[in-house]
Design a protein around this ligand. Structure first.
Ligand SMILES: Nc1ncnc2c1ncn2[C@@H]1O[C@H](COP(=O)(O)O)[C@@H](OP(=O)(O)O)[C@H]1O
Ligand SMILES: [Mg+2]
Ligand SMILES: [Mg+2]
Ligand SMILES: [Mg+2]
Length: 354
C-alpha cells in the first residue's frame, strides 16, 4: 500500500457521500421543500456535509484534528433547523455498502451529529495531522445552480499531503472546454459531477463523482501554455472575493485576448489542473482579509501535482501552517510551472502601480 492510500480512500468516499447530501438539498430547494430564504438551504447543506465528513474522519483517524468552516452552536438552539439537517444526514448513504463500511457507518444520533460538526474547531498550525474542510465552497454558486465544491485536505506538520475536491456541477470530461457560462445552471445536466484528488508526490487524478472509490482515477495535467496570449484565466464570480479590475489589468499586460471564465469555488483549481483552463488569479480586494485554509488546501495540492505552481501575489508558496487562515499570504496566483514566473511578474507590475 502506498503512503496515504487509506487517507485518500476515506477522503474520496467521504466527499462523495457529502456531495450526495448537497445535491439532495439543492433539489429540495428547487422543489420548495426547503425555505427559499437564501440562507437556509446553504446552512443545511454546509452543516450536513460537515457532519458526514468529520464522522468519517473521526471513525478512521480518531486522533486527527479538523479545521472545518462551520460550527454547531446555532443548531443547539434552533431545533427545527437541527432536525431538518438530521433527517438528511441520517438518510444519506453511499450506494455501495462496502464503501459505506470504509467510512465507518452512519452518524449515530442528533447529539453525535452536533459533536461531529463542532469537532471542526481545530486551531490548525504546524504540528501533527490536521484536516482542512470546506463542506460547501462557493455558497453563492451552490444557490445559483452553478459551480460549488466539497473540499477536504489532510495536512501533516503544516504541509498538504492529500487533497480531494468534489465538484457536482463540473463536466466529467476532462477535455470539455471551459464555457464562459460554466458557472450557471449546470445542475444535473448529463455528464456532470467530477472528483479530483491528489497525494503529495503521487500526481493528481480525476474520475466521475458518481463512482468514486470504484477503481482508479485517470491522471490529469495542466495544459502546456506555448503562447500566453491564448491562455484562459479563471476568476471568482463574486467581485467582493477577488479584484476583477486588477485581474483584467494583469490579463491585458499579458496580452491575453480571451475573456476570463468566472466560476465559484475551488472548481477553478480543478479546472486548471486538468487543462480546461490555464491560470487562476485571486487578487485581494482588501488589505485585511485573510484567506481561509479550507478555501485553498485541496486545490493547491491538486494543481501542483498536475504540473502547476501556486503562490500568493508576492510569489510565496501558500503557507497552511499558520492556523485557520493563510495569515502570511496575500491572494493567489496559480499557473503552469513554465509560465508562472511570467504571470507573477505581470501581477507584481500591476499591483506596484496602485
Ligand atoms: N473578502 C473576501 N476575499 C476573498 N475571499 C473571500 C472573501 N469573503 C469571503 N471569501 C471566501 O470566498 C469563498 C468563495 O470563493 P469564490 O469566490 O472563489 O467562490 C468563500 O467560501 P464559502 O463559499 O465556502 O463561504 C469565502 O470563504
Ligand atoms: Mg469556501
Ligand atoms: Mg463553505
Ligand atoms: Mg462561508
Amino acid at each position: 500500500m502506498s503512503i496515504y492510500s487509506k487517507e485518500l480512500e476515506v477522503a474520496e468516499l467521504a466527499v462523495q457521500r457529502a456531495s450526495i447530501l448537497t445535491k439532495k438539498v439543492f433539489h429540495e430547494k428547487a422543489k420548495g421543500t426547503v425555505s427559499k430564504d437564501d440562507k437556509s438551504p446553504v446552512t443545511i447543506g454546509d452543516f450536513g456535509a460537515q457532519a458526514l465528513i468529520i464522522q468519517a474522519i473521526k471513525k478512521n483517524f480518531p486522533n486527527d484534528e479538523v479545521v472545518g468552516e462551520e460550527e454547531a452552536s446555532t443548531l443547539r438552539d434552533d431545533h427545527k433547523l437541527r432536525d431538518q439537517i438530521w433527517a438528511l444526514v441520517e438518510g444519506t448513504k453511499l450506494a455501495d455498502a462496502e464503501a459505506e463500511k470504509v467510512l465507518g457507518g452512519p452518524v449515530e444520533s442528533v447529539e453525535a451529529m452536533l459533536d461531529a460538526i463542532d469537532a471542526g474547531n481545530s486551531a490548525g498550525g504546524s504540528r501533527g495531522r490536521i484536516w482542512a474542510l470546506d463542506p460547501i465552497d462557493g455558497t453563492k454558486g451552490f444557490l445559483r445552480g452553478g459551480q460549488y465544491a466539497v473540499c477536504l485536505a489532510l495536512m501533516v506538520d503544516g504541509d498538504v499531503k492529500v487533497g480531494v475536491l468534489g465538484c457536482p456541477n463540473l463536466p466529467i470530461d476532462d477535455s470539455a472546454p471551459l464555457a464562459a457560462d460554466a458557472g450557471v445552471d449546470q445542475t444535473d445536466a448529463e455528464g456532470k459531477g467530477v472528483l479530483f484528488s491528489a497525494v503529495s508526490g503521487q500526481g493528481a487524478v480525476s474520475r466521475p463523482l458518481g463512482t468514486a472509490g470504484l477503481g482508479k482515477g485517470q491522471p490529469i495535467h495542466m495544459k502546456p501554455v506555448n503562447d500566453i496570449t491564448q491562455a484562459t484565466f479563471c476568476e471568482s464570480v463574486e467581485a467582493g472575493h477577488s479584484s476583477h479590475g486588477d485581474q483584467h489589468a494583469i490579463a491585458l499586460k499579458l496580452r491575453i485576448s480571451k475573456p476570463s471564465v468566472r466560476m465559484d469555488s475551488q472548481a477553478k483549481y480543478g479546472s486548471i489542473a486538468r487543462g480546461a483552463g490555464d491560470i487562476y488569479l485571486r487578487l485581494p480586494t482588501s488589505a485585511t482579509y485573510q484567506e481561509k485554509i479550507w478555501d485553498h488546501a485541496a486545490g493547491d495540492l491538486i494543481v501542483r501535482e498536475a504540473g502547476g505552481q501556486v503562490t500568493d501575489t508576492l510569489g510565496r508558496r501558500l503557507d497552511f501552517s499558520k492556523g485557520r487562515t493563510l495569515a502570511e499570504n496575500k491572494g493567489v496566483v496559480a499557473a503552469p510551472i513554465a509560465v508562472h514566473d511570467h504571470v507573477l511578474e505581470a501581477v507584481k507590475e500591476v499591483l506596484s502601480k496602485k
